[in-house]
Design a protein around this ligand. Structure first.
Ligand code: ASP
Length: 310
């Protein structure tokens, strides 16, 4: 029996300032519209999450694709992951510097490769060999981020130490990662997450976003999840899989999304957000930060916001 499609997207969890709210809402709404179009055309949940994430990678509001945070060397380094809940196939790229839309390369890995991950130059070579144009790293850098890095480095000389300056709130250094989860008419779910990582990160630092089960996971038997927030605590807790496992055990995604945020906070003082969707179309959207940009589409409902708990 055909299922009614569902799509949820997020554009990062943090204290989004008032003057940036409109740009975030606009961005997640556009992403949800693109993903929804894919589902309405009869596309798969994988198509929907890919298209939704591409829109946010192209939107400079977000820390994904062009406009991402710069690393310590002043370069954009991107991570992305996409996963198919029907087959458990996944595709991920890490530390890529010459891809406008890392999620497209991740999708190619999922569909055209026996492997799950490619990183750095090998990932770029794989993408080019599979018809994805490479760009220059400079094409991904915008003046706002050059200024942000300069200001940060002037104020917080870390002396080559990779640790965050203790007086800086982590949520100012890691925000605006993007992600999507979807359910298609065939009853299959999928998830995708894409990020530029954290401000002033050490070159080669890989965050949670592209790590299977941490920033992204999908299994028709449990749930599709995309997380965002300070990556190191999220990956230590394998949070996306933690949440999906609890849905498989019978708990509602709405409740588990909130529990995941409580667990993140209580166990490691982490901050972030999660979107969670099961193959019956039940969903959860939660964050333990002041705000998170999200948007949702179902047959009956079209909604977006910057706060939502539970
Ligand atoms: N989780 C991302 C990272 O640590 C950042 C974010 O979600 O805002 O790379």
């Amino acid at each position: 029996m055909p299922t009614n499609p569902v799509l949820v997207v997020h554009g990062g969890a943090w204290a989004i300032p008032d003057d940036m709210v409109d740009a975030h809402l606009n961005g997640v709404r556009n992403a949800a519209a693109a993903g929804w179009r894919a589902l309405e055309r009869g596309g798969s949940s994988l198509d929907a999450v890919e298209e939704a994430v591409v829109v946010m990678e192209d939107d400079e509001t977000f820390d994904a694709g062009r406009g991402s945070f710069l690393n310590r060397d002043g370069k954009v380094q991107l991570d992305a992951f996409i996963m198919d809940g029907a087959t458990l196939r996944g595709g991920g790229v890490g530390c890529v510097e010459r891809l406008r839309n890392p999620v497209r390369a991740a999708r190619k890995i999922l569909s055209d490769s026996p492997h799950v991950y490619f990183v750095a130059e090998g990932a770029e070579r794989f993408a080019a060999e599979h018809g994805i144009a490479l760009c220059r790293n400079e094409d991904l850098i915008i003046p706002r981020e050059v200024d942000r890095l300069r200001e940060y480095q002037a104020q917080h000389s870390t002396g080559g130490n990779d640790l965050f300056a203790p007086e800086i709130s982590h949520d100012m250094l890691s925000h605006d990662t993007v992600g999507a989860v979807a359910l298609d008419r065939q009853g299959n779910i999928a998830a995708a997450t894409s990020t530029g990582g954290t401000l002033n990160k050490a070159p080669g630092r890989l965050g949670d976003s592209s790590l299977i089960g941490c920033g992204c996971y999908a299994d028709n038997l449990s749930a599709a999840a995309s997380t965002t927030g300070w990556g190191e605590p999220i990956m230590k807790l394998v949070l996306a899989k933690w949440a999906a496992d609890r849905v498989e055990s019978g708990s509602l995604p709405e409740w588990i999304a909130q529990e995941a945020m409580n667990y993140l906070k209580q166990r490691l003082d982490g901050h972030g957000g999660i979107i969670l969707l099961d193959a019956q179309g039940r969903l959860g959207i939660a964050h333990n930060t002041p705000r998170m940009a999200w948007a949702l589409r179902t047959k009956q409902e079209e909604d977006a916001g910057i706060t939502r708990n539970g």
